[in-house]
Write a protein that binds this ligand. Structure first.
Ligand SMILES: NC(=O)c1ccc[n+]([C@@H]2O[C@H](COP(=O)([O-])OP(=O)(O)OC[C@H]3O[C@@H](n4cnc5c(N)ncnc54)[C@H](OP(=O)(O)O)[C@@H]3O)[C@@H](O)[C@H]2O)c1
Length: 242
């Protein structure tokens, strides 16, 4: 492989929206590292996709997995063009729920669990991969967020309360803005992609959009031109208020 290969890494790439983002970026010609915390599931997903898709063991809460992934990409290419932080959880991934809990029914432990994946891991991943992203011609970072994280208009205060989840995405949007400000004088752009209500395991397939429809905004932001925005959050082409 040459230094000119375009490379991408997608976390939580084994299913749902992440898998569709991997598929779309591979179709765009990227060499895509499909991050999965289960090696077997990652390998199975990668084998089912067209293009140069490479499974990588990546539990985003594991420092060892992150370090190994950085070493691998560095060894293979020496740069990373696109990092998509897609892996995400809600309280239902921690304990069985028959309905969404009210804020008074959630705990600080619930929040820690959700924030570990949705917020803290994203910060760790960005910082770990930043030297490789800086080594790319025009790095792009996409954080998969949710309209539920927007405080301004429709969002956290409409419909689902979901304290842990919604506030984690609000925090993620702030993380996006902070990195964008620091990186403003570089060629790197970092934005948030809100996929809409997508039918995945995340919501017991109650969503109304396909994973491919949900993935489209992340793929667009991953392939932005040099005149594109940074530090923003989009659902499709619509910029969301915070
Ligand atoms: N579906 C929607 O309507 C919707 C709406 C707004 C935003 N989103 C966001 O979209 C993203 C993807 O959601 P989805 O709907 O595709 O959900 P999903 O089908 O439940 O997939 C979640 C992915 O995250 C991975 N993951 C969870 N914890 C992880 C960890 N510690 N390390 C690595 N990977 C981990 C899962 O891996 P395993 O297979 O190993 O569990 C899975 O690949 C999330 O950030 C979610 O918040 C979804």
């Amino acid at each position: 492989m040459t230094k000119t290969s375009r490379t991408a890494l997608v976390t939580g790439g084994n299913r749902g929206i992440g898998r569709a983002i991997v598929e779309g970026l591979a179709r765009e010609g990227f060499v895509v590292y499909l991050g999965a915390r289960s090696w077997a599931q990652g390998a199975t997903a990668a084998a089912g996709l067209a293009g140069d898709v490479r499974p990588v063991q990546l539990d985003v809460t594991s420092q060892d997995d992150i370090a190994a992934a950085v070493t691998r990409v560095e060894h293979d290419f020496g740069h990373l063009d696109v990092l998509v932080n897609n892996a995400g959880v809600n309280v239902g991934n921690r304990r069985p729920l028959d309905r969404l809990p009210k804020p008074t029914e959630e705990t600080a432990e619930d929040m820690r669990f959700v924030y570990e994946v949705n917020v803290f891991a994203v910060v760790t991943l960005i910082n770990a991969f930043l030297p490789l992203i800086r080594a790319a011609e025009a790095g792009r970072i996409v954080n998969v967020t949710s309209k539920r994280g927007s405080l301004g208009e429709e969002g956290a205060w409409v419909g689902q309360p979901s304290l842990s989840y919604s506030s984690s995405k609000t925090a993620l949007n702030a993380v996006t803005a902070h990195f964008a400000r620091e990186l403003a004088d570089t060629s790197i752009k970092i934005n948030g992609a809100a996929p809409g209500h997508v039918a995945t395991e995340f919501n017991n397939f109650r969503g109304t959009r396909t994973p491919e429809q949900g993935a489209a905004v992340a793929i667009r932001l991953a392939t932005l031109g040099s005149d594109g925005p940074t530090g923003q959050v989009y659902e499709d082409d619509v910029r969301l208020a915070w």
